[in-house]
Every structure is written in structure tokens, then in C-alpha cells.
Design a protein around this ligand. Sequence first.
Ligand code: BMA
Length: 319
Amino acid sequence: MADLERQKKAHGLFKRYEGNPILTTKDWSYAVNAVFNPAAVKINAETLLLIRTEDMRGFSHLTVARSTDGLTNWKIDEAPTFEANQNSREERWGVEDPRIVWLEEQKQFAVTYVSFSEGGPVVSLAITKNFKTFARLGALLPPEDKDACLLPRRFKGRFALIHRPIVRGEAHMWISFSPDLKHWGDHRPLIMTRSAYWDCHRVGLGCQPVETEQGWLIFYHGVRITTAGAIYRVGIALLDLAEPWKVLRRSDEWVLGPQTLYERVGDAGDVVFPSGAIVRKETNELFLYYGAADCTVAVARAGLDEVMDYVMSCPEGEW
Ligand code: BMA
């Protein structure tokens, strides 16, 4: 019975913004095929999204869009903001799916993204102060790797990276450590796929980790492959604040899955792919930005207290 109540709570936790999708290809001043999987960060009064934009060749670059309320009146860069570096072999097929964190120590934003080429997808890092100029730090770990984000500070002297290598065709989330953002090691499995569940075939980090008093709030995508194709849904986990390699809680059920037409139909139907989270302090609301069906950008909102109550009611333990 307790489980059923929790499942009901999970189902009603996030409300889709009625103006969804908030960004589509029509908003771009140049011809593009799809705009999706946005990283999100709040800079003073402004919400900044760094959006994966797929061009008419099928290659992606990243584009900045800014808004005061995080919902409407987006100002979109009129040319690609961050393009693949054609001198970097690993970026020959474009750059995809960014995540952003503010690194207090560096006083800069760290952008992790996927560099794509015939060598396979790898996770790369760029640093920026203003989202106009970027310092590229290159690929962090060997392919095949995706869905990565740094945590915003060091743990016992080391930076931590959550990422999703593919090993033996399996896709689990890992955490790795580095003294200098360049050399990575001490790799540990973090969140694994679960047989038979909605997240049985793949899991990958969604948004940047959200710091709360109870721990790092993690949104991740979980995939089940059905006879009709893959379904991408969203789960929640909580990592220990001081030792983020420890999983404190993990939702049994998903909290958001494809339901609306813009989530069910697109270049990749039945995909809800969260990649940016913002907490609006004035209302204590959490805005979850996601790519819908690999075509548009959408947002769902929840009270942060309700999300924390829910995650604290989820099963304990490490996976
Ligand atoms: C993943 C990534 C995402 C994409 C998702 C659904 O593997 O490549 O960019 O949104 O698949 O197609």
C-alpha cells in the first residue's frame, strides 16, 4: 500500500508547462532540423539554456537561449554558439547533449558535452565565463561515453565526474575522480540498470546534480526497449553530499515519461530527456528542462520540498 501511495505521488510530482514546447526550430533564425536536450543554468536574473541544435546535415552544435522567467521571451543566439572543432578528430560529427555546472574554485562554468566521430562518442569538457568564448580541455575518457556532468566542487581534494560508459553493450552510470580535471581514475559504478524495470536497458545522468541539504539530487533517464522501440523516462536518485559515490535513495518508479504528442512523436518518439535543472529560489520550484522526442525543448515544474519528500520516501540502499 505504501508503495502504491508513493507511485501516485511520483505520477503527480511534475507538471508540464502549459506553453510547452518552449522552444522549437521555428524560433531559430537559421535553418535547423531539431532543437533539444538543453543544459540549463541560472545567471543572476536570467535562465540560460545551452541547446543541442541539429543542422540539416544531421550534425549538432550548441546554441544559447536566454529568458528572464525561464519559460517565455527567449533570446536565441543568431549563429551557433559552440561548434565542433574541425581540428579535433573526435568532434568531426558534431557536439551533443551538454550539461553545465558553476565551478566555484575556477569561478567559471564547466560544460561537459559529447564529441562525436567515427571513433564513437566521448565526453569532452569546455570552460567558459560568458558563454561566448570557451576554453576547450578536450576529451576526458575513452569512448563509448556520454551523459556526463562534473559536480561543482572537490571531494577529498578531487573533482568528480558522473558519466555513462558503454561496456559489453551495457549502459550504467559511473563516477570517476581527478585532481586536475584532466587525468581521471578511481572509476566506480554508481547507478546500474535494473532487470525487468522501466530502466532495464540503459541509464544515464540527466541534469546537473542539484545540491540540497539531504544530498545531491540526481535526475536520470532510464530506457526500456520494447518491440515498438525505446522508451526514455525520468527517475530520481539522491547521492550522499560528502561522499557522492554513495547512493542514498533511488526511485522505484519513473517521475516523468512520454505522454503528450510532442514527447511521443518526433525524430525519436517516446523520449523525455532531461538535461538541465534550475531551482527558482523565489518560489522554491524546480524547473526540469528536457528534450522531447529529439525535436523540441520542454519544461516541467515541481515544488522542491515535494520532490525532496518524495525522494526521501524512496527505497534506501546502494545499487
Ligand atoms: C541518446 C542520446 C540523446 C538522445 C536519446 C534519444 O542515446 O543520443 O541525444 O536524445 O538517445 O534518442
